[in-house]
Design a protein around this ligand. Structure first.
Ligand code: IVH
Length: 698
C-alpha cells in the first residue's frame, strides 16, 4: 500500500505534487485493473483525485489531457468520426465440437508440416472489440471494430476506462496498436441495472449490451459512469512489425529467442508489463489434447468468472508459424474460437400469453417459472407462432427445456412429455386482441396472426413509439418502455409527433421521474430532431422496411417528398425492393393518418441534411455497379458490399455489360468467366480499396 503513496501534501511545488499524485493514481489503477490486486482504499484514492483536481483548477498550466482527472469524461461530441484501421480487425472461425477442433489442429499441422503445435489459449471475452493506438507512449486514437476496415472513433469514451493506460512506461514501442475487448464486469452490470430500474429507465439484457451502449455514448461522462473495463488480447496483427516489437522490446519476457521467433504468449506478457490487463486465465498448451483440456477447465470455471465469456480462443503461439499460416477470407488460419454451447435449463410453463408487436403480429409467449440461464433470469420465452406451439406441443403445466444464447430471445427448445401433468392445457389463440379487443385475424397461408386494431391498439402504439425512439432510429436516449407505457396509458402521447410536444414540467409529474431525468429527456427529444433521412424513414416503422431498405430508399429518392410521391412501380426500381415491400410502403404513405403524422413531425422541427443521399451520390464509385465474387483476402462479402456502397457505388449479384468492375478473390468461378467474356475489368481487393480511396484504375 505504501508503494503507491504520493506522501502527504506537504510543501512540494505544485508541479511536483501534481506529478506525484498522477503517478500514484496511475499505479493504483494498474494494481486494481490490470493486476486485480487493489493497493489503496477507495477513500484514499478519492482524496488524491480531489486534491489533483483542485491543483489543476488552481494551476491551469498544469492541466493535461492524460491526467487521471480527465477520465471523468471530456466534452460531448455530436457523432463518432470514422477511423480506418491500419490493419483490418478480423473475425475468428468458430468450432462447436471436439471434431472441429481436431480438424483445426490437423489443418495447422499439415500446413506447417510439423507433428505437434504449441497453442496459446484464452477466454473468448463477450464484449466489444476495440483498437487502441499509442503514439510515442501516449494513447492517441481508440476505435470500435465497425465493419473490420473502418470503425468509429471513440477515443474520448475509451479514455474514461481506467483499465486502459493513457501513458505507457519508457521503452514502449513508438507506435503500438493494441487490440482487445471492452467489457462490463457482472457485478457492475447488476449495479447498473439496479440503478436503471430505480430510475424507471431501460435495463440491459446482458453485460455486453450494456458495455456496447456505454461505449457509444455521445457524452463521455456517461461512459465513465458505466464503469467499463478492458482486456488486451493482441496487437494489430501477428505479421505486423509492431506486434513483434512489442514482444521483442520485452527482453525479460522473451529471452534471446523471442527476438528470432516471437510468441503470442510473449506479446501478451509484454502487454501486461506495459500496463494492459490481459487474461489471467491464459495458458499455453501442446496439441489437441491440450486444447480440449483447456476448454473443459475454463468451461467449469465459466460461471464463477467475473465477466461473461462465450467460449475460448486458440491461437498458434509461434508468430513465425502464424505468418506462415496466414489468412483465409477475413479470419486467420492460425486461430479459432471454440464456442460454449448455448446454455439450457429446465423449468415449467405457468401460462401462455400473447404479445402484440409493432405491426400487430401476435406472438405466443410462454410464461415460465423463473430460471437462471445464460447469465440472466428468464421468465418468458418466445414460442414464435401458433404452428410452432403445435409442432413442439407445448402445453400449460409442461416441463420444458429453455435455451438462451448471446442476445437471442430465450426460446423453448422442447417439452419433456414424460413429466406432463394430468391437467396440462393446450394453447388457444385468442379471437380478440388482449390490448384493444380488436379482432385477431390470420390470413390464409400466413404463419402470423395479427391484431386488426392498427394504431387504435395501445400495444401497437407503444411498440411503434419505442421503435421510433430506438437507437438506430431517432435515438431518443432515456425514452424506455416504462415511460412509453405511462405516456400512452395517460393518453398524453398517441403518435410519435406527440413526443415533440412534451415538456419537462409535464414529464416530471410522471411516476419515478426526477426533474433532472425529465430535463435530460426533453434535451434528448430536442436533439433527435436533427437526423438523417434514412433514420427518419426507418423510424416511421413501415412494415417490411428495415434499416437497409430505409437506407436504399433515402439514397434512391434523396428527399422525403420524392419518396412519398413514388408509386409502387417507382418503388420497385430501388435495389432490394420487391412488389411486397413496394406495396407496403405505398400503402403506408397513402394512409391520411400517416401523412398527418409525418407533416406534424416536420412541423415540430424534425429535419435532416438536404439530399442526404447526395454526398454518397458524389462518391468515387457514384453511378458504378460492381460485382464481388470469390473469397477476398480480408473483406467478407458483406464488408466489400458495404465498402462499395459507402463510396456511392452499387453492389450487384450478377455480371452484365453494365457492370463497371468485377472484384474477384480466390475461387471465383462463373462470374469471373462471364466478366472475361464481356470484357468487364476484373480487379482484386486492393484494387477495390484504391478505387474507394479515389485512385484511378486503368
Ligand atoms: S483474437 C485475428 N482473442 O472475438 C483474430 N478475439 O470473432 C483477432 N474476441 O471481434 C481476434 N476474445 O473481439 C481474439 N481472446 C480473444 C478474444 C477475441 C474475444 C472477439 C474479438 C473479435 C471476435 C472474433
Amino acid at each position: 500500500m505504501a508503494r503507491a503513496s504520493p506522501g502527504a501534501a506537504g510543501d512540494l511545488p505544485p508541479a511536483r505534487r501534481v506529478a506525484a499524485l498522477r503517478e500514484a493514481i496511475r499505479e493504483a489503477d494498474h494494481a486494481y485493473y490490470a493486476l486485480d490486486a487493489p493497493e489503496v482504499d477507495d477513500s484514499v484514492y478519492d482524496g488524491w483525485m480531489r486534491e489533483l483536481a483542485a491543483l489543476e483548477a488552481d494551476h491551469p498550466d498544469l492541466a493535461s489531457p492524460d491526467s487521471p482527472t480527465q477520465r471523468i469524461g471530456g466534452s460531448a461530441s455530436d457523432a463518432f468520426e470514422p477511423v480506418v484501421h491500419r490493419a483490418p480487425m478480423l473475425s475468428l472461425a468458430n468450432a462447436f465440437t471436439d471434431d472441429e477442433v481436431e480438424a483445426f489442429d490437423r489443418r495447422v499441422r499439415e500446413a506447417l508440416g510439423v507433428v505437434a503445435v504449441r497453442y496459446a489459449c484464452e477466454p473468448k471475452f463477450d464484449g466489444l472489440a476495440v483498437s487502441l493506438v499509442y503514439e510515442d507512449g501516449r494513447f492517441a486514437v481508440g476505435a470500435t471494430r465497425g465493419d473490420g476496415t473502418t470503425g468509429e472513433n471513440v477515443t474520448a469514451n475509451l479514455r474514461t476506462i481506467r483499465a486502459i493506460p493513457l501513458e505507457l512506461p519508457a521503452g514502449a514501442p513508438a507506435r503500438l496498436d493494441v487490440r482487445g475487448e471492452v467489457l462490463m464486469l457482472r457485478r457492475d452490470f447488476e449495479r447498473l441495472n439496479r440503478t436503471q430500474a430505480e430510475r424507471g429507465e431501460k435495463t440491459f439484457v446482458n453485460p455486453r449490451n450494456a458495455a456496447a451502449g456505454g461505449l457509444r455514448q455521445l457524452d463521455p461522462a456517461v461512459t465513465a459512469s458505466r464503469r467499463l473495463t478492458f482486456r488486451a488480447y493482441g496487437t494489430a496483427d501477428a505479421s505486423d512489425p509492431h506486434a513483434q516489437s512489442a514482444a521483442r522490446a520485452g527482453s525479460a519476457a522473451g529471452g534471446p529467442d523471442a527476438h528470432r521467433s516471437g510468441r503470442h504468449s510473449e506479446v501478451l506478457e509484454r502487454l501486461r508489463e506495459l500496463g494492459f490487463p490481459v487474461a489471467r486465465e491464459r495458458e499455453t498448451v501442446e496439441g489437441v489434447a491440450g486444447l480440449l483440456g483447456y476448454y473443459r477447465r475454463l468451461g467449469e470455471r465459466r460461471a464463477t468468472l467475473p465477466f461473461d465469456i462465450d467460449g475460448v480462443v486458440y491461437k498458434v503461439d509461434d508468430l513465425e508459424q502464424q505468418r506462415a499460416l496466414g489468412y483465409v477470407s477475413r479470419a486467420p488460419r492460425f486461430a479459432i474460437a471454440h464456442k460454449f454451447p448455448a446454455e439450457e435449463a429446465t423449468t415449467t410453463v405457468e401460462g401462455i400469453d400473447v404479445q402484440v408487436g409493432r405491426t400487430g403480429a401476435i406472438t405466443p409467449v410462454a410464461r415460465l417459472a423463473p430460471v437462471f440461464v445464460g447469465g440472466v433470469t428468464v421468465t418468458n420465452a418466445t414460442l414464435h407462432n401458433e404452428d410452432e406451439v403445435r409442432r413442439k406441443d407445448v402445453r400449460i403445466g409442461d416441463t420444458v427445456v429453455v435455451r438462451r444464447a448471446g442476445d437471442v430471445i430465450p426460446e423453448v427448445v422442447r417439452v419433456q412429455p414424460e413429466r406432463r401433468p394430468a391437467g396440462a392445457r393446450e394453447f388457444v389463440m385468442p379471437s380478440h386482441c388482449p390490448e384493444c379487443r380488436s379482432a385477431i385475424e390470420r390470413p390464409e397461408g400466413e404463419a402470423i396472426a395479427r391484431c386488426t386494431g392498427g394504431l387504435v391498439c395501445p400495444a401497437q402504439r407503444k411498440a411503434s413509439l419505442l421503435h421510433f425512439a430506438g437507437r438506430r432510429a431517432m435515438d431518443i436516449e432515456g425514452l424506455g418502455e416504462k415511460l412509453v407505457d405511462q405516456l400512452v396509458d395517460v393518453g398524453r402521447v398517441r403518435t410519435p409527433a406527440d413526443l415533440y410536444t412534451l415538456d419537462a414540467a409535464m414529464l416530471s409529474d410522471l411516476d419515478r421521474m426526477a426533474d433532472r431525468s425529465a430535463a435530460n429527456l426533453v434535451d434528448a427529444i430536442t436533439a433527435s430532431k436533427s437526423t438523417t433521412l434514412e433514420r427518419f424513414v426507418y423510424a416511421l416503422g413501415i412494415r417490411q422496411v428495415g434499416e437497409a431498405t430505409a437506407r436504399e430508399l433515402a439514397r434512391h429518392f434523396g428527399s422525403l417528398e420524392r419518396l412519398m410521391a413514388a408509386d409502387a412501380a417507382a418503388l420497385t426500381a430501388v435495389p432490394d425492393v420487391g412488389p411486397v415491400v413496394a406495396s407496403s410502403i405505398a400503402s403506408f404513405f397513402d394512409e391520411p393518418h400517416n401523412r398527418a403524422v409525418v407533416a406534424k413531425l416536420i412541423e415540430a422541427g424534425v429535419r435532416w441534411p438536404e439530399h442526404s443521399g447526395a454526398a454518397v451520390a458524389a462518391g468515387p464509385l457514384a453511378g458504378l455497379t460492381l460485382v464481388v465474387t470469390g473469397t477476398l483476402p480480408t473483406l467478407s462479402r458483406d464488408e466489400a458490399k458495404a465498402l462499395i456502397e459507402s463510396a456511392g457505388g452499387k453492389a450487384a449479384g450478377s455480371v452484365s455489360k453494365k457492370t463497371a468492375y468485377v472484384v474477384a478473390g480466390e475461387e471465383a468461378g462463373g462470374k469471373l468467366a462471364r466478366a472475361r467474356e464481356l470484357g468487364v475489368p476484373v480487379i482484386d481487393e486492393d484494387g477495390l480499396k484504391s478505387l474507394v480511396a479515389g485512385k484511378e484504375m486503368r
